[in-house]
Design a protein around this ligand. Structure first.
Ligand SMILES: NC(=O)c1ccc[n+]([C@@H]2O[C@H](COP(=O)([O-])OP(=O)(O)OC[C@H]3O[C@@H](n4cnc5c(N)ncnc54)[C@H](OP(=O)(O)O)[C@@H]3O)[C@@H](O)[C@H]2O)c1
Length: 362
């Protein structure tokens, strides 16, 4: 018998705050033959964690503690007899754990999962020349990198050096991953980003070729000037929205290549900016976005991306990190007992990189 206490950040519903709850588990019997047990060393927060908490309304028979968080990095401490031999006790792994209101989440001491189903998992990459905790770095990228990768590869496009991409929300962690994949994997020569004036220099360093501020007048006008000027009136192959924006829809024909030329509009945040402090389910509903997607008369392709659970992007991300081609950006790191500060930081919507929580020490 190997009994231990599993501490986890949980909530009951939108009216109860997140809190640390403890449950005794027996490490020798808490998993089945297809599962591994990961001792979580670090977990990263994502806006989705805030949204699912804020939008869980009290309903009968739902008083169980629901766990926080999806991104994790840790060490395998138990492995079932049917688990693929690549996942061994002692291996350092990271990934994105998919769940919705699950009783198991990554902001927990132990995470039990079936790697054949929870496929967004890989062995941890060790970045060259970094003195940051590798568990912190590796918790900081699976969800955002996977989202960016899916936006660039999952819609049948053939993006390459001659493609032109417009990124609405150049400063988000997803867009930070996207610019690295676009530049280091696809070698796209022209990526335009929209961000606040104060983030322009930082995003230039990240790799954006042109940056347009969203806080100095209508962005469509500024991007329009760039288009007819430096971009020689060549429209974008992809418009990627990582904040929730609808400015371009009324004038989209001027900016995005048509369906026949594979022009794609991909949003990961609907068409309205969400206030993480008090998200409104009606602005989230995306009813207009759905109409845009199904409207057969529109001349361009539209997609609302929901991250798929795949190993493919985990392998690519891990390789880029090992080769020093992508260094996940960390906004801040908190101790487990300070998880509330981590949540507050994410709610500020001013993060420059990931908010990571150190879950266990060894
Ligand atoms: N569908 C999916 O599968 C999926 C997956 C991941 C994320 N998401 C969603 O994608 C969004 C981004 O997530 P994230 O974790 O990458 O965000 P994040 O890193 O927390 O984004 C923070 C950044 O957003 C920028 N920002 C704030 N307001 C803006 C505005 N009005 N216009 C442009 N930029 C603005 C800020 O930079 P500046 O203002 O300084 O430029 C800030 O640094 C969230 O809404 C999240 O829920 C969806």
């Amino acid at each position: 018998m190997s009994k231990t206490i599993n501490r986890a950040v949980t909530f009951i519903d939108s009216r109860t705050p997140a809190t640390i709850t403890s449950k005794e588990i027996d490490l020798d019997s808490c998993y089945d033959e297809n599962e591994i047990v990961i001792k979580v060393r670090a977990a990263a927060l994502n806006p989705i964690d805030l949204l699912v908490h804020a939008l869980y309304f009290r309903i009968p028979f739902s008083n169980y503690p629901k766990t926080y968080s999806r991104d994790y990095a840790g060490v395998i401490v138990r492995s079932g007899q049917n688990v693929d031999a690549q996942w061994k006790i002692g291996d350092q792994v990271n990934g994105c754990f998919f769940h919705m209101y699950g009783e198991s989440g990554s902001l927990s001491n132990y995470l039990i999962l079936n790697p054949a189903k929870q496929q967004a998992i890989t062995h941890m990459a060790i970045p060259p020349n970094s003195n940051q905790d590798p568990f912190v770095i590796n918790a900081a990228w699976p969800l955002v990198f996977g989202t960016a990768y899916s936006a660039l590869f999952d819609y049948g496009q053939k993006l390459g050096p001659d493609s032109k991409i417009l990124v609405i929300g150049a400063s988000t962690s997803v867009s930070y991953a996207l610019i690295h994949i676009a530049k280091r994997v696809l070698h796209v020569k022209t990526v335009v980003g929209i961000c606040s004036t104060k983030s322009i220099e930082r995003n230039k360093v990240a790799g954006f070729d042109y940056l347009v501020p969203y806080d100095q007048g209508p962005v469509t006008e500024e991007v329009g000037k760039l288009l007819v000027g430096d971009l020689a009136n060549e429209k974008f192959d992809l418009i990627f929205d990582s904040v929730g924006n609808n400015d371009f829809f009324p004038v989209i024909d001027k900016f995005l290549k048509p369906k026949s030329d594979n022009g794609e509009y991909v949003t990961i945040a609907g068409e309205h900016k969400i206030d993480y402090r008090s998200p409104n389910p009606f602005t989230l509903s995306g009813a207009r976005m759905l109409l845009r997607i199904v409207n057969p008369l529109k001349g361009y392709n539209t997609h609302v991306l929901l991250l798929p659970c795949k190993q493919e992007y985990m392998k690519v991300g891990s390789q880029l990190i090992s080769e020093g081609k992508y260094a996940p950006l960390i906004d801040s790191v908190y101790e487990f007992n300070d998880f509330e500060k981590a949540i507050d930081r994410l709610k500020s919507n001013h993060c420059k990189g990931k908010v990571v929580v150190k879950v266990t020490d060894d």
